[in-house]
Write a protein that binds this ligand. Structure first.
Ligand code: HEC
Ligand code: HEC
Ligand code: HEC
Length: 220
């Protein structure tokens, strides 16, 4: 007697489970259909599509000394008044810079200009004397995963005296100057001139020119 009750209970429970799972399946199908078709869900799906390609906003350069000025005429630069009679007196940058070699990004490449003899700076105010050129590269290796930095004395001493840098900007001893980009971006060390009177600090590879085993391969 006890046994047959057990059987009945077992049969009832398993039937119940079957029905329940069947119902689950039956309910499951329309639910998935609903999830793709219901207007509610569709609304949710929309924002994912939202970043559809829109016309790119005119890019503002991050480069100080950006030389789009090279190609933009003064009349169209949004700064000068094209109707002003003074416009006739101003030389367009495209004309003024036409003889001066450009770097990779269109910026003036002053080193190329001096090497090609396009410019010949005086060594002194009265034009007398010669620059005290020192041919000595310093390789700076505290650069993490960026390529190492080659500091060429030769390039610098064509324009600058030793005292422009030593001892105020750099102690004249390898390894004595603790530098990093934060300080450089704030206008110390190389940033005393680069980004101000010399090429931009954003042209990383002109300083970080020596790849090493932990740096990415040349990207320039
Ligand atoms: C004018 C030269 C110059 C330019 C341009 C330059 N760097 Fe540097 N960078 C240095 C010098 C010098 C050091 C210090 C090296 C040392 O002390 O051995 C340095 C160090 C670094 C370091 C390691 C120290 C730190 O600050 O974390 C990183 C990373 C770095 N530079 C990234 C960059 C990136 C990225 C750019 C371009 C956005 C850049 N640098 C542009 C000269 C330059
Ligand atoms: C534009 C800046 C600049 C100018 C100009 C400059 N130097 Fe340097 N000099 C440096 C830097 C940067 C270092 C490397 C410092 C470091 O490694 O921390 C250096 C290092 C030196 C060192 C140490 C080398 C070593 O192996 O320890 C000597 C010596 C030196 N310069 C002499 C001169 C002389 C002489 C002149 C002029 C003919 C001159 N420098 C002009 C920036 C300059
Ligand atoms: C006192 C000013 C001054 C300082 C400080 C200075 N530079 Fe320069 N640097 C110049 C000038 C000026 C030029 C030439 C103009 C240009 O190329 O924009 C130049 C050019 C260069 C060039 C191009 C060389 C070539 O032959 O093409 C490199 C590389 C360079 N600097 C690296 C550095 C690094 C690295 C530091 C810091 C360790 C540094 N400079 C510090 C003024 C400076």
């Amino acid at each position: 007697m006890n046994r047959s009750i057990h059987w009945i209970v077992a049969v009832v429970i398993s039937c119940g489970l079957l029905i329940a799972s069947g119902a689950g399946l039956a309910a499951g199908a329309p639910e998935t259909a609903e999830s793709t078709n219901s207007p509610k869900k569709k609304e949710k799906a929309k924002p994912q599509k939202a970043p559809a390609p829109s016309a790119p906003a005119p890019q503002k350069s991050i480069l100080p000394g950006d030389n789009r000025a090279r190609t933009t005429s003064l009349a169209k630069d949004g700064i000068h008044d094209p109707a002003s009679p003074a416009m006739q007196l101003l030389q367009d940058p495209s004309q003024a810079l036409s003889a001066i070699p450009a770097g990779q990004w269109g910026e003036v490449d002053w080193m190329k200009a001096i090497r090609e003899g396009v410019i010949k700076p005086f060594a002194s105010l009265n034009g007398k004397g010669n620059m005290d050129v020192l041919d000595m590269d310093i390789i700076l290796t505290n650069t993490k995963t960026m390529p190492h930095v080659r500091f060429p004395h030769e390039s610098h001493t064509r324009w600058l005296a030793c005292t422009n840098c030593h001892p105020d900007v750099f102690i004249a001893k390898k390894g004595e100057n603790v530098m990093n980009m934060d300080a450089i971006f704030r206008g110390r060390f190389c940033g005393t001139c680069h980004g101000r009177v010399a090429f931009s600090v954003y042209i990383c590879q002109r300083c970080h020119s020596i790849p090493h085993e932990n740096s990415p391969p040349k990207w320039w």
